[in-house]
Design a protein around this ligand. Structure first.
Ligand SMILES: NC(=O)C1=CN([C@@H]2O[C@H](COP(=O)(O)OP(=O)(O)OC[C@H]3O[C@@H](n4cnc5c(N)ncnc54)[C@H](OP(=O)(O)O)[C@@H]3O)[C@@H](O)[C@H]2O)C=CC1
Ligand SMILES: O=C(CO)COP(=O)(O)O
Length: 353
């Protein structure tokens, strides 16, 4: 049984707020499936698109997604298909839940199928290689909508915990407050509490950058270092994230919120994080390929985003030493111990710089 009635998302009479009663989630990985479960538990009729027919059949027939969320049972008002046209037959909102570097290609295939005026929601936490665009900018370009009309989901949201019903909060950022509230209402359950925020730039950059910092925390753990080292990386990682964000127009307070410190702490500290796990394997001396295997074919966005965020920071004239270090480890084959020593030995400076 859904927790909330289907009327919960009705448009407020006389208001510009769109109603969100039916939702399509494009992508059936860990977070896509968990977010779909949240929406269904909140009373929405949800259709998922999975690129592999067997995944769609399992979700629709058995109400499970054993490859991504073993042990979780999905609600009856959540179904799935591998036919994108069928999935996109008139939903009030469309949630984009594929990895960042695949969003442009996937969305290009779906563009003609998107219903007019549907609310587009982005779950991806990354910065596109080459274009250095945030995900809402990619969506804006491909779907032909204003970037800040896209609702961006951020915050400390490790999928497996939320799928198990553990309490968490998220932030839904959008330049159009009514759209953010419409999705907030559609995703409010007893275990997931969404907040709204109008800082799309800050929320997206916070979500992308923390994956890179989580790699560094994983490496530190893999090298055998303890809480002081991890806390130092979290704090200085947040400092360089905020430096980039503010330079690119973000509200500095976003980095003190769920999208900032919230997600940074959850991802950098949890063994459930794919990025942290990836880093830990590297710290233990494994190769990039072995580390990728450890995350079971799932996406560790920081591995690609350390390159795009580094390029973005260079272009903006912002110093991001931890991101630079992760780029060198992941893409230039640098030794994590040497890179760590260089990070510590940088020129001394005041904390707030
Ligand atoms: N997992 C989490 O806890 C959270 C994840 N996020 C973010 O959400 C986004 C999606 O993550 P998540 O659901 O966890 O990802 P997963 O790696 O768990 O799943 C990716 C999904 O996208 C599909 N897909 C479609 N096209 C591609 C492609 N070209 N390459 C790879 N996969 C493709 C995959 O299909 P197939 O199964 O066929 O490979 C799969 O259904 C990421 O940006 C992530 O950072 C945000 C918050 C929490
Ligand atoms: O974004 C996440 C938690 O908020 C998930 O992090 P990972 O992709 O590292 O698992």
């Amino acid at each position: 049984m859904p927790e909330r009635s289907l009327d919960a998302g009705s448009a407020v009479p006389g208001s510009a707020r769109p109603a969100v009663r039916t939702v399509t989630v494009l992508g059936a990985g860990s977070w896509g499936t968990t977010f779909a479960k949240i929406l269904a538990d909140a009373g929405r009729d949800v259709t998922m698109w999975a690129r592999r027919p067997e995944v769609a059949a399992e979700i629709a027939g058995q109400h499970t997604n054993s490859a991504y969320l073993p042990g979780a049972t999905l609600p009856d008002n959540l179904t799935a298909t591998s036919d994108a046209a069928a999935a996109l037959d008139g939903p009030d909102a469309v949630v984009l839940a594929v990895p960042s570097q695949s969003l442009r290609d996937n969305l290009g295939r779906w563009r003609e199928l998107l219903p007019a005026d549907t609310i587009l929601v982005s779950l991806a936490k990354g910065v596109e290689l080459g274009t250095l665009k945030r995900m809402s900018q990619v969506v804006g370009e491909i779907a032909g909508v204003a970037d800040d009309s896209v609702v961006v989901v951020a915050g400390p949201n490790l999928a497996k915990e939320i799928a198990a019903g553990q309490p968490a909060a998220g932030v839904f950022a959008c330049g159009d407050h009514e759209r953010a509230v419409a999705v907030q209402e559609a995703a409010f359950t007893s275990y997931f509490r969404p907040y709204t925020n109008n800082d799309v730039v800050g929320s997206e950059l916070a979500g992308a950058c923390k994956n890179v910092v989580a790699l560094s925390c994983g490496i530190a753990a893999g090298l055998g270092f303890g809480a002081n080292t991890v806390a130092t990386l979290i704090t200085r990682g947040l400092a360089e994230t905020a430096r980039l964000g503010v330079k690119l127009g973000a509200d500095p307070m976003t980095f003190a919120g769920l999208a900032g410190v919230g997600d940074m702490v959850a991802t950098c500290a949890s063994p459930l994080s794919r990025n942290r796990t990836f880093g830990e394997r590297i710290g233990r001396g494994e190769t990039i390929e072995q580390a990728q295997e450890a995350v079971g074919g799932q996406v560790a966005e920081g591995v690609m985003s350390c390159r795009s965020i580094r390029d973005l920071a260079h272009g903006a004239g912002v110093d991001m030493p931890i991101t630079d270090a992760m780029y060198r480890v992941c893409h230039e084959g640098s030794d994590p111990v040497t890179v760590g020593a260089e990070l510590l030995g940088r020129e001394q400076k005041p904390e707030r710089m």
